[in-house]
Design a binder for this molecule. Structure first.
Ligand code: PFF
Ligand code: NA
Length: 453
């Protein structure tokens, strides 16, 4: 292994890590995925399980990941290996790092397609494509945008190139700056949309849909989806948070940082739900529309509200930025691993990764046109990438990490790193030893049909 002569990069400002981690967390997962899977799995009960998973699994896992990153000061593979070696245990645990890195890469392969939708919709907003369109036309516009592989491929390629340009520039210049104005902007835009929703006639129904927790029973599939989404939305077990944690200065409080990021992420997701479902219900659309849900509903609202085109443009600018601040975090693990271990420059690492990424993301893109029939067990490439990562790889990686932290490592290592009060530490330890593993195992067992609950 070659070592770098320079000290490892660190975040510039006191808020650098929080901003970057929030930028990673808040993204298409909140605004695109959360509403559409909530719609597919029937609302309230799904939302409740998702929130429980954030608290019981997501927050302890995020603290653990940041602690590993800061202690090991490296990419997931190197950091986990170092921390494990420090406890005198076998390096086989660094497989967890490999899986995380692969996972971030797989996510970006389909995420680039969705981010491409966002850029395409920004363009449509700017060029007035939605003028006079009704609910049915919106469906047609979404379908037409997907049908031509050259069109769709153009946008996903643009996302891959933009991601690699930013990552190639480096931690501070590329990542830190963009997030500081984008997050508040997103919250304001969503607040405007919620305000519109309040007067659209669909708000009460939307509220009940999201928050009436007795909304029937939730399927095992839905519980697994809720668990997977808790990982996805917080960028866990995909290398992103761990690698960002490796740039965290020694003084920063891991617990406080984690709570801030998780709270911001949850707030944006719930706001997105409250912004989108009123439009769905007021226009008689189906909440179970699938991945096109926000793209078919939001332009309707922008069209109907005063200054709607302006707001629409701002919204899709913001959504595209939110997507990019997440996508860069998905490859940061790979790029930092390549630069640390292979003696190549950050820029070369970024472009090398980008080429492979472009190939896989193109396959995912083709799922919406030429490759729609390339299915296995009913899933196309896009679906498989999403399904494997969110349902299996992330929860399994998270399970491995908490078990490692809770039972295998010397207890002082992470205690030092976390620096919590004795009571808070006991709570974290309880969560990583019992709460999170049992939560994950129960949902897995249920989904596999081993034990119906
Ligand atoms: N958390 C991001 C979102 O909600 O859009 C998605 C994500 C980012 C997943 C980074 C995984 C990751 F490593
Ligand atoms: Na998120």
């Amino acid at each position: 292994m070659t070592t770098n002569a320079q000290p490892r990069a660190q975040w510039l400002g006191r808020w650098g890590f929080v901003l970057a981690a929030t930028g990673s967390a808040v993204g298409l997962g909140n605004i695109w995925k959360f509403p559409y899977i909530t719609g597919e799995y029937g609302g309230g009960a799904f939302v409740l399980v998702y929130l429980a998973c954030i608290l019981a699994v997501g927050i302890p896992v995020m603290m653990t990941e940041i602690a590993f990153g800061r202690r090991g000061r490296g990419s997931p593979i190197d950091a986990v290996r170092r921390v494990v070696n420090e406890s005198g245990r076998a390096s086989a645990w660094s497989l967890l790092g490999w899986m995380a890195m692969l996972c971030g890469f797989m996510i970006l392969s389909f995420y680039a397609v969705v981010a491409g939708w966002s850029f395409a919709y920004l363009w449509k907003m700017l060029t007035g494509v939605f003028a006079g369109a009704g609910a049915d036309d919106m469906v047609g516009i979404f379908v037409a945008n997907n049908e031509n592989p050259l069109n769709l491929g153009f946008w996903s390629t643009l996302v891959v190139v933009a991601t690699m340009l930013i990552v190639g520039k480096g931690v501070q210049a590329g990542i830190e700056r963009s997030v500081s104005w984008m997050m508040p902007g997103m919250v304001v835009m969503l607040a405007i949309l919620i305000g519109y929703g309040v007067f659209s006639g669909g708000f009460g129904e939307a509220w009940r849909f999201l928050f009436s927790f007795n909304a029937g029973s939730l399927s095992s599939e839905g519980m697994l989806a809720a668990l997977g989404h808790a990982f996805f939305t917080l960028s866990l077990a995909s290398g992103a948070i761990l690698t960002y944690g490796s740039y965290l200065p020694a003084r920063a409080s891991i617990a406080r940082t984690t709570l801030t990021v998780a709270a911001a992420d949850t707030l944006v997701a719930l706001m997105a739900g409250l912004a989108i479902f009123p439009i769905i219900f007021a226009n008689g659309m189906s909440p179970a529309e699938g991945p096109g849900l926000i793209f078919m509903s939001l332009p309707l609202a922008f069209q109907a509200m005063p200054l709607g085109t302006l707001f629409g443009i701002l919204f899709f600018v913001m959504l595209s930025m939110a997507a990019l601040t997440s996508s860069i975090s998905m490859v940061e693990a790979t790029v930092s691993w390549l630069t640390d271990n292979k003696g190549i420059s950050r820029r070369a690492a970024a472009w090398g990764t980008g080429i492979v990424l472009w190939v896989v993301s193109t396959l995912a893109m083709l799922s919406f046109n030429l490759g729609a029939d390339w299915t296995l067990a009913g899933r196309n490439v896009f679906d498989w990438l999403d399904y494997l990562t969110a349902r299996w790889m992330m929860p399994l990686g998270g399970l491995g990490l908490v078990l490692l932290a809770g039972f295998v490592l010397k207890s002082e290592i992470l205690r030092d790193e976390l620096g919590l009060s004795p009571r808070a530490h006991a709570l974290w330890l309880f969560a990583v030893r019992y709460l999170a593993p049992l939560g994950i195992l129960v949902i897995f067992a249920d989904a596999l049909g081993v034990a119906r609950i």
